[in-house]
Structure formats: structure tokens, C-alpha cells
Ligand binder design. Structure first.
Ligand code: HEM
Length: 335
């Protein structure tokens, strides 16, 4: 069962395959950007409750507006899926994650009932957690490599050697591509998608590294700073994938110097899917295309500025000129 890919869903709707579109893909993208931005802001009213009612920064107003808009979208997705279910009757087969969630929700014997709001929350989590996160990481990896052509060459040399020029890269190739894996780790060290992870609350008094943390303290873990800490990393501001070749440092939440997916009970539940999507899409971009910056843009002119929020995307979207380099038939639909 494929997870819901909202963008595809919207695109299909825009061309009329599934009825009229509820919003244009660009509008949907703006909605996701706003969701990430508002999730990452520091709202004054949260820290100084007596100021809350004034909504000094206007964030609460924006959250309410966004919530209404997102809900309209989710309601539409649910109605649309329920309608298909109704029309197909006995012959209905689940074709995506929304169908599966609705099926679970309709089970009267469920010990913990899943309600309509729960289904909508699940879908929103999957869209927010599973779309921009991977795209942002691939975009940063490409940006870093365009600044360091020698990394590009080493990666394409590995891909030519392991995969060859006659086919695309598949998931099964990834364990044989240690340099591509190292590029992904190095990208996540410098550009963790969630720079402050999810906020934690101390459930009891604790002492960590000589600091006393009283019960009830809100704890934010700044993995962005840890990833660039000179006490932990040599030349932390430099993009050096080689540091991870043959290294035991992993990204599964055990090595605290590198926590792009967080750690513990609230660790990212989608990390395995996210990693696979990043590895395969980045490897295929490198394998299938000669990539360069547009004419007139020098490598040192490429901005590496970030927007700081729940995620850290590029401030200016990356523009790359890509030229196919494999045999023509591999770019045809179906490959
Ligand atoms: C590059 C890919 C991804 C990265 C870097 C990433 C990163 C993260 C991080 C750092 C957290 C907070 C963990 C913590 O505070 O300990 C998180 C939570 C979460 N992620 Fe991901 N994620 C990615 C992909 C995905 C995918 C593909 C999905 C789902 C399809 C997903 C769903 C979620 C959900 C639902 C949570 C909230 C979990 C909770 O609060 O209990 N993520 N993610």
C-alpha cells in the first residue's frame, strides 16, 4: 500500500481524473510551508501566559486560519475516499493510506476507537512528516555538492562502478553505495530537518552534565548546534562526507552527536521510509543527470542561507541545470 502522496493526489485532481481540484499544488505547498513555519515559531504568549490574549506576533491568528484551511482539504480527501468506497461496494480494494485508515475507523470492534478527527490528524502528520522533510534534505545535499564538485565526481564514480550506466538505482543498491550514504549523513549533520527536535518536558528533577533540570522544565534539544559543534566535529562548517566513510556513527538515535531523526520514544516513526526515499532519489539524480549551476552563477555565489522554523529549508530555492546522461529509453515513462 502506497502512503498518500498529497502532491500527486492534487495533480491528478487538477487534470480531472478524480473530479475537480480543491486547491492548486502551489496553494498546497504554501499551506505546508505555513504549517512548518508556525510549528517552529516561538510564541510569546506560550512563555508569558498573561500576554497570550494579545497574540502580539499574530501567530495564533495565522494558526487558526491555517487550521481551517487544512481541515477543508482533509475533509475533501476523506469525503472523496468514502465516496469511492461507497460506489465500489463489495469490490472495493484499499489503494492508499487514507483507505486503510478509514477501514480501521469503520471497525466497530476496535479497542481504541479511531474517529474522523483521528484519521485527519494521521493524514496531516503523514503529509507534514513525510513530504517536505525528504525534499529539503535532497535539496541541501545537491546544494552542498554543487559547491564541492569533487564530492559529485566521487559519488558518480561509485554509482558507475556499482550500478553501471544501463539502469536506474534501486533500493537494493543502497547498501553497496557507502559514499552516497555518507553524503546523506553529512547533509543531515549540517542541515537537520528539525533543528530543535520535538519539545520535551522533564517529568522529574534531573541532573545532566552538571546542570540541574527541575521537573516541568520545557527542554529543547538543538541538534543543529550539536551538528556544528567544534568540540564534537573537526572542521564542522565544511561539507566532508569522508568523515562518515567507515565510521560507526549512525543516525538511528543512539549516537547523540548525530540525531537528525531524534531519539527515544518520540523519535521519528518514519525514519526508515524517509531515509530510503532520500537515498534512492538523491542517488538517481546523481546517476541520471549531469548537474550544474545556471550560467553566470559561480559556486561561491550559491546562497546557503536557511529559513529557521520547525524545519530549515533553503531561503532561496535551488536552481540547477540538469542534462540526462544515461541511455534515452531509460527516461521513458515506466522506467
Ligand atoms: C528526511 C526525513 C525525515 C526526517 C529528517 C525526520 C525527522 C523527524 C524528527 C527529528 C522528529 C522529532 C523526533 C524527536 O523529537 O525525537 C520527527 C517526528 C515525526 N516524524 Fe519524521 N522525519 C522524516 C521523515 C518522516 C516520514 C517519511 C514520516 C512519515 C511518513 C515522518 C513522520 C513523523 C511523525 C508522525 C513524527 C512525530 C512523532 C511523535 O511526535 O511521536 N517523518 N521526524
Amino acid at each position: 500500500i502506497r502512503p498518500l502522496t498529497a502532491r500527486k493526489y492534487l495533480e491528478k485532481q487538477a487534470v480531472g481524473e478524480d473530479g475537480p481540484a480543491i486547491m492548486a499544488p502551489e496553494e498546497f505547498k504554501c499551506m505546508i510551508d505555513e504549517l512548518f513555519f508556525l510549528n517552529g515559531v516561538l510564541n510569546i504568549g506560550d512563555s508569558i501566559p498573561w500576554l497570550d490574549w494579545m497574540d502580539l506576533q499574530g501567530y495564533v491568528r495565522r494558526m487558526k486560519k491555517l487550521s481551517k484551511k487544512f481541515d477543508q482539504f482533509l475533509e475533501h480527501v476523506l469525503d472523496d475516499h468514502n465516496e469511492r468506497r461507497r460506489l465500489q461496494g463489495e469490490s472495493f480494494v484499499s489503494r492508499d493510506m487514507v483507505d486503510v485508515l478509514l477501514e480501521i475507523a469503520s471497525d466497530p470492534n476496535l479497542e481504541v476507537k479511531l474517529h474522523r478527527n483521528g484519521v485527519k490528524a494521521f493524514i496531516q502528520d503523514l503529509i507534514a512528516g513525510g513530504t517536505e522533510t525528504t525534499a529539503i534534505t535532497v535539496e541541501w545535499a545537491m546544494s552542498q555538492m554543487l559547491k564541492k564538485p569533487e564530492v559529485f565526481s566521487k559519488a558518480t564514480e561509485e554509482l558507475d562502478r556499482v550500478v553501471g550506466r544501463e539502469r536506474w538505482v534501486t533500493e537494493d543498491d543502497i547498501p553497496n553505495l557507502p559514499y552516497v550514504e555518507a553524503i546523506v549523513k553529512e547533509t543531515m549533520r549540517m542541515h537537520p530537518v528539525a533543528p530543535m527536535l520535538a519539545p520535551r518536558l522533564a517529568r522529574e528533577d534531573a541532573s545532566v552534565g552538571g546542570y540541574n533540570i527541575p521537573v516541568g522544565t520545557r527542554v529543547l534539544i538543538n541538534v543543529w548546534s550539536i551538528g556544528r559543534d567544534p568540540a564534537v566535529w573537526d572542521s564542522p562548517e565544511e561539507f566532508i562526507p569522508e568523515r562518515f566513510v567507515g565510521s560507526k556513527i549512525d543516525i538511528k538515535g543512539h549516537d547523540f552527536e548525530l540525531l537528525p531523526f531524534g531519539s527515544g520514544r518520540r523519535m521519528c516513526p518514519g525514519y526508515s521510509l524517509g531515509l530510503k526515499v532520500i537515498h534512492v532519489s538523491l542517488a538517481n539524480l546523481l546517476h541520471g543527470f549531469v548537474c550544474k549551476l545556471p550560467d553566470g552563477v559561480a559556486t561561491d555565489q550559491l546562497s546557503m542561507e536557511e529559513i529557521f522554523g520547525l524545519s530549515t529549508p533553503r531561503k532561496f530555492p535551488l536552481q540547477v541545470v540538469m542534462k540526462p546522461k544515461l541511455q534515452g529509453h531509460l527516461y521513458a515513462r515506466g522506467h
